[in-house]
Write a protein that binds this ligand. Structure first.
Ligand SMILES: [Zn+2]
Length: 253
């Protein structure tokens, strides 16, 4: 939690998480909140954890004249609206604000990954790569919609005028419109890792083979995470870090 809001996820069996959120909605402070529920067996988060931070989305920007606290953030676009935009072939550009490895295994049709923009590393350089879209209709997307609150505001700060953000994130879109304009899987930060039933679109970073095998490895002395096929791992094409991650379980949506 931070001054700008609360970000969190409640995981467990559907009936349990429903009972929890129903109870919590009785408290005025939580009423009307967009609950992030993750369906599982209740073991993804072994204990309740609350962290107090300066920012929900770490930007490192000294002048926070954008984002939710400054009321400078993209207009909300619902999953239904985005679905209709795709169907009507409206001119718009989806900018993906997640990590590179998330984009590698799943993304919206025709979406763009502006090199780390959603992570506020080297923002000016990222902006340069999408400068030509300044007067276009932009839709920022991220997993649950939180990162976009800040990132869509940042785009406005840099002169993008027609900026929307996908309300409640990719998760909501996938649940409402499975097998439509989302390609591949959705990387989620709990023990399941990959969500959805889309065909694999991940490509091994070493040999280019289609795979969804994700590993921690060292590259140029740095710890890196990404898609590397099992064969390349076995052939020691990369220097693996820690235990070789096993396959994830799929979730049916
Ligand atoms: Zn490979």
């Amino acid at each position: 939690m931070a001054a700008e809001g609360i970000n969190g996820t409640v995981e467990g069996e559907l009936k349990n998480t429903k009972a929890y959120t129903k109870e919590m909605n009785h408290y005025p402070a939580f009423a009307g909140i967009n609950w992030k529920r993750s369906e599982g067996n209740g073991k993804a988060f072994p204990k309740l954890s609350v962290k107090v931070r300066d920012e929900i989305v770490t930007t490192g920007e000294k002048n926070k004249d954008f984002g939710p606290l400054a009321s400078k953030t993209g207009k909300y676009l619902t999953a239904k609206e985005l679905y209709n935009w795709y169907r009507e072939e409206k001119e718009f550009y989806v900018l993906d604000m997640r990590n590179d490895y998330e984009y590698e295994v799943g993304r919206f049709k025709n979406s763009i990954w502006p090199d780390g923009l959603g992570h506020f590393r080297d923002v000016k350089n990222s902006i340069k790569t999408i400068e030509h879209l300044k007067d276009k209709t932009i839709v920022t997307v991220c997993t649950g919609g939180v990162r976009c609150e800040t990132a869509s505001g940042l785009l406005q700060k840099y002169g993008f005028e027609n900026v929307y953000q996908l309300e409640h994130g990719i998760v909501t879109f996938m649940d409402k419109y499975p097998n439509t304009y989302w390609e591949g899987k959705l990387y989620v930060f709990d023990s399941r890792e990959l969500y959805g039933k889309g065909e694999s679109i991940g490509k091994c970073r070493i040999c280019g083979k289609t795979t969804e095998n994700m590993v921690n490895y060292f590259k140029d002395g740095k710890n890196t995470y990404g898609v590397v096929c099992e064969e390349c791992c076995e052939n020691k094409m990369v220097e693996l870090e820690g235990k070789y991650k096993s396959r994830f379980e799929y979730k049916t949506i």
